[in-house]
Structure formats: C-alpha cells, structure tokens
Design a protein around this ligand. Structure first.
Ligand code: 0O2
Length: 210
C-alpha cells in the first residue's frame, strides 16, 4: 500500500478517534430538520398546503469521506476535510410541486442564522444526463458546550418526480457501472424529460386549484 493511501486510511481512523468531528454534522442536520419541520407545519396552517412531502438526511460515512479526499487530492487531516468538503452533512427535501422547491429554499435561506454559501439550480439548468434538483450549501451555527461552530450542510430540494428519476438512475448506474448499454444514457435523459413534463402538468393542476 502506498504512503499516500496510508495517509488517507489514517483519515478514516482519525474520524473514528474523534467522535466530536462527525457529531457536529449530526447536530447541524438535527437543527436544519427542525427548521424544515417548522416551516412545513406552519406553512400548512397559514396556506392550507404543505410544501414538504418528506425529508431525509445522512452524515457522510468515513469510507465515503476517505474516497472523496482521495479523489479531490485534499490534505488528509480533519480541518482540511471540514474546509474542503461541502457535503459532510446532507439533507434531502422532497416537495410535491416545483414551486414548493423554490418556496422552501427561499423560506430557509431567508432565516437570519442561515448563511447561503452556494446555490446550484439543476432545475433551471438540468445536468446533461437529465438530473434535476435545487442544491444549496448553507452554513448554520451549532451551539456546543464550549463554543459555537458554523457547520456546512448540503440541502438538496426536489419534487417527487425528480426524486423518482434520481433514485432509479442512481440504482441503474450502479448496476451497469462496468458495461453501460449503448442507448442507456439517451433513454435515461428521455425519461428525465417525461418526469419534467409530469412536474409541469402537476404544477398547472395545482395552480388551477389556487
Ligand atoms: P451522495 O451519496 O448522494 O452524497 P460534490 O458534491 O462536491 O461531490 P458537485 O459537483 O459540486 O460535487 O456536486 P453536485 O453536482 O452539487 O451534486 C452532488 C450530489 O448531488 C451527489 O452526491 C448526488 O447526491 C446528487 N447528484 C448529482 N448529480 C446526480 C446525478 O446525475 N444523478 C443522481 N442520482 N444524483 C446526482 P454524491 O456525492 O454523488 O453522493
């Protein structure tokens, strides 16, 4: 094993030996989920429409962090990882309609203690393979016993149709990793287009009901 790989293996070890390192991302996720649950419930009370269908989250696994550190050529130490990786904490918000995606994003980033670092709108500009979602990198304060840490969280917002496509594309891409059939990419992009049409039609029905 090369010394470079050994260095990166030490990253996973370092993470396991420092439980507080990943814990702050778990706390940040809990804070963000609470914010989203409050927005969901209160918006429903005010407008008789819940803009959030469901929410999921994950803290990146040490092995996945290790892989990304290697791919990115980051220094194998915890401060460099915290600085260099934006998706250590991830929250996925599934919304009924496209308009809800933007409503939730605006309500969340409008909060005083939520700092928007980056916004990637793959709905306005889908990825070439057809992937659509709104990605935000936000930073929120986490109040610990001896300090306040400002922690980055990646928030992915998408509709049910976008999530359906992304989930199945992810599964299929893994399955065919080694030998992708020739028409695979074009077919997936075509299905993404169908999902997009579905969203547009559902959005129109939603608007008709006011
Ligand atoms: P996981 O397990 O979901 O975390 P970076 O996030 O820093 O790696 P980049 O290019 O800034 O790099 O990320 P981007 O484009 O904002 O997207 C990152 C995440 O979006 C991915 O995380 C996926 O969750 C999702 N994503 C992006 N493109 C696709 C796609 O074509 N198909 C699907 N299904 N998901 C996508 P990870 O790290 O890949 O995995």
């Amino acid at each position: 094993m090369s010394s470079e790989v050994l260095g990166e293996r030490r990253v996973a070890e370092q993470i396991r030996l420092n439980p507080r390192f990943l814990a702050v991302y778990k706390f940040a996720i809990e804070e963000l989920m609470t914010k989203l649950r409050i927005l969901s419930e209160e918006f429903d009370l005010a407008h008789r429409h819940d803009p959030i269908e469901h929410i999921s989250s994950r803290v990146k696994r040490p092995e996945a962090i290790e892989d990304k550190v290697r791919r990115r050529g980051l220094a194998p130490d915890l401060p460099a990882i915290a600085e260099g990786l934006d998706d250590m904490a991830g929250v996925r918000v599934i919304c009924p309609f496209v308009s809800d995606v933007y409503t939730v994003a605006e309500m969340l980033t409008g909060q005083d203690d939520v700092e928007l670092l980056r916004r990637k709108d793959y709905i306005a500009t889908p990825k070439p393979n057809g992937y659509r979602s709104l990605h935000l990198i936000v930073r929120i304060p986490v109040f610990l016993s001896d300090r306040v840490e400002r922690v980055k969280v990646e928030v992915q917002l998408r509709t049910i149709a976008m999530d359906f496509w992304a989930t199945l594309e992810h599964k299929l891409s893994y399955k065919y990793e080694s030998q992708v059939p020739g028409d695979f990419a074009a077919e997936l992009a075509d299905v993404a287009m169908l999902a997009s049409h579905l969203d547009s039609r559902m959005q129109k029905l939603h608007q008709r009901l006011g």
